[in-house]
Structures are given as C-alpha cells and as structure tokens.
Design a protein around this ligand. Structure first.
Ligand SMILES: O=C(O)C(=O)Cc1ccccc1
Length: 327
C-alpha cells in the first residue's frame, strides 16, 4: 500500500488574518499543509529549528519602515536557517472597533508597531492625540478587541481580519503611503537549494574585521568587482559591545552562478564571519543586469586560461611543480 506524503508544516506570525497569512497563502493552502500560527517571528523560526515545522513565513522588510529587526537578528544567529522563497504583499489597513464606536471617540489604537509606523501621518490627521498600543500582530489586535480587550478601543489590521473577527469598519484604505509593500520570506532548515531561475537573490550576513580602516569598503568591493548588485544592506548591532555591527545583505544572483561564488570566496577571505542565508527566486521576477565580463562563461573561460598557463608551465592546480615522468 502506498503511504501518503507527510503534510508540510508552516509556522507563521498569527493569529489567522495577519498579512503574514496572506503571504503564506501565496505558497500553500490549508487543504495541503498544516498552518501553525505563532505569536511572534522568533517562535515561528525556532519551530523550524526544532523540527516542529518544516517552514516559517515571517515578514523581513517593509518599503516604508525598513527591516524587521526580530527576523534579521533571529536569522543571523543560532542554528542555521536558510531562506528558500520570498513573497510580496501590498499593505493598507482598516481601522475597526466594536459596534457603537465612532472615529472621534478613538483614543487608543492597538496594532503591530510596523503597522503604526505606516499610519502615523494618517492618525495625526484623523485621530489627533490618539496613542498607539503595541500588539504582537495586526490580527492579534483585531482578535483581542473582538474578545473584549479594553487596553485599546480600535485596531489597525487587514480588511480580511476585520471581517474574520466581526469588527465594525471605522476607516478603510488607511496608509501614509498607498503603495507600501511588505516582503516576507519562507525559511527552512538547510538542505537542497531552490534551483536558479535567472532572477534570484542571495541573502548573507557578514561581520567586518575589528579596527581596520576601509573594512566596509573592502567588503563592498567584493560585490562590486564581480558585478553583483545589492538590493538591500542594513547594519545591525552584534550586541556584545558598543560599535560592533553585522551587515545583513541581499545580493542579486544565485550561489550557483560564478560571479556570486567568486564574491563569496572574496568575502570569506576578508570577513571574519560570513553566514549564507539562502539563494531563492525573486518575487518580482526581475533578472539581474549583467555587466560585460561577469557572465558564467566569462569566469569559466578565464579559469581555463589560467589552468592552461599552469599546465604549460608544469605547475599543478595546487601551485606545486608537477613531477616529470621518470622523476
Ligand atoms: O501583523 C501582521 O499582520 C503582520 O503580518 C506583520 C505586519 C505588520 C505590518 C505590516 C506588514 C506586516
């Protein structure tokens, strides 16, 4: 008898109705996988580390507020995880409350800090004097409100979650920037890499050597000289003392490509720590614009040329003279 394949387990920032769940729905459904809502991104990622989930879906970057530090820091340290996919979700919010509230009576708004950061201007204009009450996610605020929470009197969350938790809409389409997009990643334990598509990203975390003038420039040159474009670079404090930072980097290309491999080799030579955090297809499908001399074929031809010089000169690939016959 044939055994059914085990269902994949997806941990994500919950509860049901978060923007993270919308990202998750781009890769799987409840019919084919077990969806495991978590209260925060650290728990979701740690569930994968402990093999309690196969994947985690977590927000990593927002076009308005920048990087999600909890995600960047949790990927940067601890048992290795790799990113195997990314998803983009356009984000606008709905201000909602229990029945009976009106816009002019809202004093305290519960939502995720990243959501509040994206609605601050709107709130200053439409809810002057209202304060933000942080929640673990946008949907958590909506769910708490529906369950009778009194720490805040309105929530900012997705339209879907307002419907799911039966709240009343006070304002729809709330956003300081109507084109704001949040990027989510699918993280897994290290294993088979997603195949290169020609439109890929590679995520890395690097440390610089201490007290070395030009160390940052030296690190960046490893990318520049191989024609590898960066789509994100952020510094994060390492945490053990003041002035020590790690760099979280997204580079265009896949580790299967020669120019990315040459960059990694260069980084390994000049940086004390390089953590590979995955190569995966870009959600926007945009292929890298390659500079002349940086195609795979250019690297291969250059390597063959050098190998020919060595062979002709009686030197092996290890740099030592090759013993002549009869020696
Ligand atoms: O809280 C949510 O719904 C999330 O998925 C995190 C988040 C918060 C704000 C903007 C995008 C994602």
């Amino acid at each position: 008898m044939q055994q059914d394949a085990p269902r994949a387990r997806y941990a994500y920032l919950g509860p049901e109705g978060t923007f993270t769940e919308e990202a998750l729905r781009q890769v799987t459904t409840q019919a084919e996988s077990d969806l495991l809502p978590c209260t925060d991104v650290v728990t979701a990622l740690d569930m994968v580390r402990r093999d309690e989930a196969d994947y985690a879906v977590v927000p990593i970057e927002n076009s308005v507020e920048g990087g999600v530090n909890a995600t960047l820091d949790t990927l940067a340290a601890g048992e290795p995880l790799v990113i195997v996919g990314e998803m983009l979700v356009p984000v606008t919010f709905t201000l909602a409350a229990r029945p009976g509230m009106t816009l002019d009576t809202v004093r305290r708004v519960g939502t995720h800090p990243h959501a509040w950061a994206q609605c601050r201007g709107w709130a200053a204009r439409h809810l002057p004097g209202a304060i933000h009450v942080p929640a673990t996610s946008t949907a958590a605020a909506a769910a708490l409100l529906a369950g009778g929470e009194t720490a805040f009197d309105a929530s900012l969350s997705s339209a879907l979650s307002v419907e799911k938790y039966g709240l009343q809409v006070l304002a729809a389409g709330v956003a300081d920037n109507p084109h704001a997009v949040t990027r989510f990643v699918l993280a897994a334990r290290p294993g088979l890499l997603p195949e290169p598509t020609g439109a890929d990203k590679t995520t890395l975390m690097v440390h610089l050597p201490d007290n070395e003038a030009g160390a940052l420039l030296n690190m960046l040159e490893q990318f520049a000289t191989r024609g590898v474009n960066l789509s994100r670079i952020e510094s994060r404090p390492i945490g053990d003392s003041l002035g020590r930072y790690s760099f979280s980097i997204d580079a265009e290309g896949h580790v299967a490509e020669e120019r990315v491999q040459a960059t990694l080799i260069g980084l390994h030579r000049v940086c004390p720590t390089v953590r590979f955090l995955g190569s995966y297809p870009r959600a926007d499908g945009q292929g890298a614009h390659l500079r002349p001399g940086t195609h795979d074929a250019d690297f291969r031809a250059a390597r063959e040329w050098v190998a020919g010089l060595l062979e002709h000169g009686g030197i092996g690939a290890d740099g030592r003279p090759v013993a002549a016959p009869g020696d």
